[in-house]
Structure formats: structure tokens, C-alpha cells
Design a protein around this ligand. Structure first.
Ligand code: ZN
Length: 247
């Protein structure tokens, strides 16, 4: 059954209603209480009923009164849209800087101690105070940078995990390497290889810092990572055992 969608008629402003589009559907919105009704309530009788029952004190107001309120509602919508768009841009800029800090292997505090003060000063000198205020909204504090890097790392892990799961014929391989750093701690690195979208892909899967790198330690680490993040541990555990048997 096809449900008929009602269209807003500008004369409905005399009942105190303007219109708003939500998910591609036009709906009536009360200019007094901002309540959005269903598309079916676009009928004059229903809008009039809302005005008389909910706002009886305004039922005899003229068209100009409702138009004034309608313009205020539209202005509020614009401010709210601007705020949302600005918030998105500010978050995107913060993620961009966090990514650069991570790829350049700089300390997380460089954002608040160097990048932000320099950016603000440059904006003030070249573009003025207004632009400086906009840049100041980008959060580059130590904790924010740390959180953004962690979010991006988790997202990459999830993406790689999904690609491995959907690898052609369910096949993939992993390669492990261990070495000892200057502090005599053992570093374990795990790489993976799989087929995705018809192409062979190789990724760095994860790394781990260990006190010892006995076969059982490595087995436990890889098994834990695989069950938490990617695949049924059995295949992975088998691969680790084989790797160690070959040594
Ligand atoms: Zn209302």
C-alpha cells in the first residue's frame, strides 16, 4: 500500500506551523513549542487542534505573530547546523594533527606545547583574531592526542581484522619476529599476509613487549590477540607452533 505524503502549505502558518524536512520527509513544526509532528498531521484540522489544545493563549494571534516566531525557529536551525559543521571540522583537524604526531613519532605533548601555541600565533599575525579563535577550538591536549591515536589504532586493527576474515578462501598467513631492544626487553612483531579485493596485502598486525619470548609466551600473546581481534584462535595457534617447530 502506498502511503500518501502530505506537502506543507504556506497558509498553515496561521495555525502556528512551519515545516522541516527529516529523513527526506516534510513534517509540520510548531513555531511556539518547536514540536515536530508526523507528516500525517499536516492536515489543517490537526494543526489547529494542536494550537487550541497546547497553546490556547495564542489561538487568536494573527499571521504576523506566527511568522515572526517561524523566522526565529528557522534562524535557530541555521545556528545549530553551523555549530554541528564547525564541530566536525574541529574534530577532523584534531585527528589530522594526532595522526601526524603518531607518524612522525613525536611525544603526545607536542600538540599542546608547540603546535597549538605556534598555530595560534601564526593565525593572529597573518589572519587576525577571528581566525585565531577558530583554531583555538581544536583540541590538542596531551590526553586528546593520546585518545585520538588510540582510536585510530583500534580502527586500523578492526579494518585489518575484517579484511583478514573476508580473505579469499579464508586463507591468510602470519609471520613473527622477535628481537631484544637496548633495555634488554624482548620485542615481538607480528605481520600478516592475505588476499583482499583480488590483491595480496601485507600488514603489520601488532607488536608486544615481553620479558621473555619463550614459545609459550608468544603462543599466548598471538592467541589472545587473535581471539579478541580477528579470527578463531586455532588456525593462528597452529601457525605459531609450526613457526617454532621449524627453528
Ligand atoms: Zn506547539
Amino acid at each position: 500500500m502506498i502511503i500518501k505524503k502530505r506537502k506543507y502549505d504556506h497558509s498553515s502558518i496561521e495555525y502556528g506551523f512551519t515545516s522541516i524536512v527529516i529523513n527526506g520527509e516534510e513534517r509540520p513544526q510548531c513555531v511556539i513549542c518547536n514540536k515536530v509532528l508526523t507528516n500525517d498531521s499536516m492536515k489543517p484540522a490537526k494543526m489547529k487542534q494542536h494550537l487550541q489544545n497546547v497553546h490556547p493563549q495564542h489561538k487568536d494571534e494573527n499571521k504576523n505573530f506566527f511568522e515572526r516566531h517561524g523566522n526565529a525557529v528557522k534562524k535557530m536551525r541555521l545556528v545549530s547546523t553551523d555549530f554541528k559543521e564547525n564541530k566536525q571540522k574541529v574534530t577532523e583537524a584534531s585527528y589530522f594533527v594526532a595522526l601526524e604526531i603518531a607518524t612522525q613519532k613525536k611525544t603526545h605533548t607536542i600538540g599542546e606545547n608547540l603546535i597549538m601555541p605556534c598555530s595560534l600565533k601564526m593565525m593572529e599575525i597573518v589572519l587576525g583574531d577571528e581566525m585565531k579563535k577558530k583554531i583555538a577550538a581544536v583540541s590538542l591536549s596531551n590526553s586528546t592526542v593520546q585518545r585520538r591515536i588510540r582510536n585510530m589504532a583500534n580502527d586500523i586493527k578492526d579494518q585489518v581484522g575484517q579484511e583478514i576474515k573476508s580473505s579469499a578462501f579464508g586463507l591468510f598467513s602470519i609471520q613473527l619476529d622477535e628481537s631484544t631492544d637496548v633495555a634488554s626487553c624482548s620485542q615481538l612483531m607480528v605481520f600478516d599476509r592475505y588476499v583482499h579485493a583480488g590483491l595480496f596485502k601485507e600488514d603489520f598486525l601488532f607488536c608486544s613487549l615481553e620479558q621473555t619470548t619463550k614459545a609459550s609466551d608468544i603462543l599466548e600473546k598471538v592467541s589472545l590477540f587473535s581471539t579478541q581481534r580477528i579470527f578463531c584462535g586455532i588456525v593462528c595457534v597452529g601457525a605459531v607452533q609450526m613457526e617454532h617447530q621449524l627453528r
